[in-house]
Design a protein around this ligand. Sequence first.
Ligand SMILES: NC(=O)c1ccc[n+]([C@@H]2O[C@H](COP(=O)([O-])OP(=O)(O)OC[C@H]3O[C@@H](n4cnc5c(N)ncnc54)[C@H](OP(=O)(O)O)[C@@H]3O)[C@@H](O)[C@H]2O)c1
Length: 414
Amino acid sequence: MAAQERELDVVLWGATGFTGRLVAEQLLARHGAAGELRWALAGRNRTKLEALRADLGPQAANLELVLGDGDDEAFLDTLTARARVVCSTVGPYALYGSKLVAACARNATHYCDLTGEVHWMQRMIDAHQKQAEASGARIVPGCGFDSIPSDLGVLFVQREMQARHGVTCPRIKCRATAFSGGASGGTIASMLNLLDEASSDPQVRHILADPYSLNPAGERSGPDGADLATVVWDPDFEAWIAPFVMAAVNCRVVRRSSALLNHPWGREFRYDEATLAGPGPAGWLKAAGVAAGTGAGLVMGAIGPLRRGLSRFLPAPGEGPSLEQREAGRFELRFFGEHPSDARKSLFARVIGDRDPGYGSTAKMLSEAAVCLAQDEQAVEGGFWTPAAAMGEPLLERLQHHAGVTFATDENAA
Ligand SMILES: NC(=O)c1ccc[n+]([C@@H]2O[C@H](COP(=O)([O-])OP(=O)(O)OC[C@H]3O[C@@H](n4cnc5c(N)ncnc54)[C@H](OP(=O)(O)O)[C@@H]3O)[C@@H](O)[C@H]2O)c1
C-alpha cells in the first residue's frame, strides 16, 4: 500500500520508554488524539502501554495501542504497512532496531529515530539503501540532539551567507557552549553497547574513526581529519576549545548531508565541532578539564570490567533526568561561517534550545521530524537521509515555531 493511503500517520514505537513517553506527551500536546494527525502508541508491553495512555489523561483515552515485539518480523511487516511514518525510540538501536528499519524499507514506510550509533547507521545504509530507494521509504536516523541542531544549523548558516553575500561558506565551525541536563538509562545502554562493539570489533573502530564513514560509498573521503582530541586555541572564537562528545556523530551526519545534497557548498567543504571553553588562563583550565574528562571517559569505557563496574552507578533503562532538570536545562551551539574571500563578511550564528538537549528538546525535535515526514512536502525520494537533506527548510520552520529551537545570527540572537 502506498504511504499516502495508510490508516495511521505516525506510530510511536517504544512509547513506554523514558524518551518515548516524552515524545507521546509532545505529540498529544501538539496534535491531540482525535485531530488531523492519526497516531498510535506502540510497544511490547500491554500493561505499560495502558498505564502510559492513562497517565496521558482523558484526552488520550481513544489513542490506539499497538502491541508487538521488535524481534518479530511478521508483526513489524503488519505495523509498518499500516503507517506512513514509524518514529522509533527503541534503543540501543544496534541491538533492537535493525529489523524495524528493514521492514520500513520493504514496506515503503518513512522512518525517524534518535540513534547516535554511527556504526549501526552505516550498517543499515549499506544493507537497505537500495530497497528504500525502490520502495520510496524515507529513512531518517539521528532526529534528536544528535544531530538536528548541528545539521540544520549548518543549513541555516549557509542560507544566511547566501542571502547576504551570494556565496556559500567553504568552512563552518560549531562550538558547544551552554549544555545542561542529564543522561537516561537508554542513552547509557547505547553508549555502553557501542563501546562493547568497538572493543571487540576492529571494523567498528574503523567506522568510528573515519570522519566520512556515513558518506555514500565511493565518497568517503574529504578535507576533514579526526575529531579534536586536545586543547587548542580557536582564533575565530578567540577562545580555547576542547573535544565535544557529540562531534563523533554530528560531524559525520553534516558531511553526509553535504554529499547527499550534491555538495552545494563545494567538495572541499569543511566542518568540525568542539566545546567552547573561553579565553585566558581560566578558559585554558576549563578546556583542559573537558579534554581530561573526555579522555578518562574513553579510557574507562574501553576497559570491559571498568565499563561494567561503572554502569552499576548510572541510570538504568527507563530512568532519566527529572522534569525539573529537563525544564531547567538548555543548550546553545555557536556557529562560525567562513566567507570564502573576505574575512569581514564571515558570520556568527547560534542554535539555542529551551530545554535540556537530550530529552526535553530531543522529544520536541523528534516529534516535529515525524510529523514533518508524514505531512510536509519533501524534495527527496526513498533512501537513507539526514534530517537536513530530507526535511531541510520545512523542518527548520517547525523547530522554530513548535520545538523551542531558535536559529539566529549573532546580531539577531536574544
Ligand atoms: N539522539 C539523542 O539526542 C537521544 C536522546 C535521547 C535518547 N536517545 C536514544 O534513544 C534510545 C532510547 O533511550 P531511552 O532512555 O528512552 O530508553 P529506555 O527508557 O530504556 O526505553 C527503551 C524502549 O525500548 C523498548 N524496547 C526495548 N527492547 C524492545 C523490543 N525488543 N521490542 C520492543 N520494544 C523494546 C522498551 O520497552 P519496555 O518499556 O517494554 O521496556 C522501551 O520502551 C536510546 O538508544 C538512546 O541512546 C537519543
